[in-house]
Design a protein around this ligand. Structure first.
Ligand code: COA
Length: 266
């Protein structure tokens, strides 16, 4: 079997260990701002992770102790024209949609500023953990633009229309504590424990049946886009699919035989 050399990126790092992929945005000098090249590298990395059967969960974070991602790279879009602006937005939206619907959960380990595209990136993840110094916000209106990576869509779905409007229209950042209070982050974790906590959650997910995890995510993500009735139909259909998996039979056998289940993702 030929081994494939890991892809080398300029703006991100991807490491894999124990079925977890670690994706780090590595531009600390500009607080991990998302340049166009960085967004393209994220697309390549997550495309590969989607197809990597060895990887069950991904954890995404920012390099250093100051920023997760401080937004899109302001230097780049100062000179952007309307056509390029639309293209940039669509490219970013597609990458974040890939992250949201990866078929395996992505955990955001938010280690500092999560502004603009950083907040949008975090919102595309299935689970969000933050350190107490993290700050969340959509400051685009202060720059004469609006969020372009689905922030206007995901934020109201997560925190509700009123609070989303407040953040989107004032552009003011909120603290990690406030983000926790409004449900924008799941947990606040001490800086030294952030990755360990993300890994502990990842391990719990990895112990579960891969297809069940995938379809539970799919039911939530697809269900939120349609009426409750249609969402219930999607759920029932996916429930039917998991009923036919080898893992469901294995789980039943393991319970009867009083042994741990050996899931195969089939
Ligand atoms: N794009 C490009 N560069 C950025 C950036 C971004 N979104 N955010 C920060 N940087 C750069 C700064 O220009 C600075 O570079 P320099 O050292 O060459 O001057 C470096 O990162 C450090 O940032 P600095 O502003 O000095 O840090 P700070 O602690 O004083 O402030 C922030 C931190 C996050 C409050 C501030 O950097 C900021 O407001 N950034 C822009 C956030 C934003 O509007 N994002 C949304 C874009 S749509």
């Amino acid at each position: 079997m030929s081994s494939v050399a890991p892809v080398q990126y300029e703006n991100i790092r991807v490491e894999k260990k124990n079925q977890i992929a670690y994706v780090t945005i590595a531009r600390p000098k500009v607080l991990n701002a998302l340049s166009i090249a960085t967004v393209d590298e994220l697309r390549q990395a997550f495309h590969d992770l989607k197809n990597d059967s060895e990887v069950r969960v991904a954890i995404i974070t920012g390099e250093g102790d100051k920023a997760f991602v401080a937004g899109a790279d302001i230097q780049e879009f100062l000179a952007i024209n309307p056509v390029a602006g639309k293209e940039y937005s669509r490219r970013g939206q597609a990458v974040f949609e890939l992250i949201e619907n990866l078929g395996k959960p992505v955990i955001a380990a938010i280690n500092g500023f999560a502004l603009g595209g950083g907040c949008e990136l975090a919102m595309a993840c299935a689970i969000r953990l933050a350190t107490p110094n993290a700050k969340f916000g959509q400051p685009e209106v202060k720059l004469g633009i609006i969020p372009g990576f689905n922030g206007t869509q995901r934020l109201p779905r997560i925190v509700g229309r009123g609070l989303a409007m407040h953040m989107l229209l004032t552009g003011d950042p909120i603290s990690a504590e406030e983000a926790y209070r409004i449900g924008l982050v799941n947990e606040i974790v001490a800086p030294g424990e952030l990755m360990a906590r993300a890994e502990a959650i990842a391990k719990k997910i990895i112990a579960n049946a891969p297809l069940a995890v995938r379809f539970a995510m799919e039911a939530v993500n697809k269900g939120l886009e349609v009426s409750t009735e249609e969402g219930a139909f999607i759920e029932a259909t996916l429930f039917g699919v998991v009923c036919a998996t080898e893992d469901k039979v294995e789980r039943t056998r393991a319970t009867l035989e009083k042994r741990p289940a050996q899931f195969k993702g089939k």
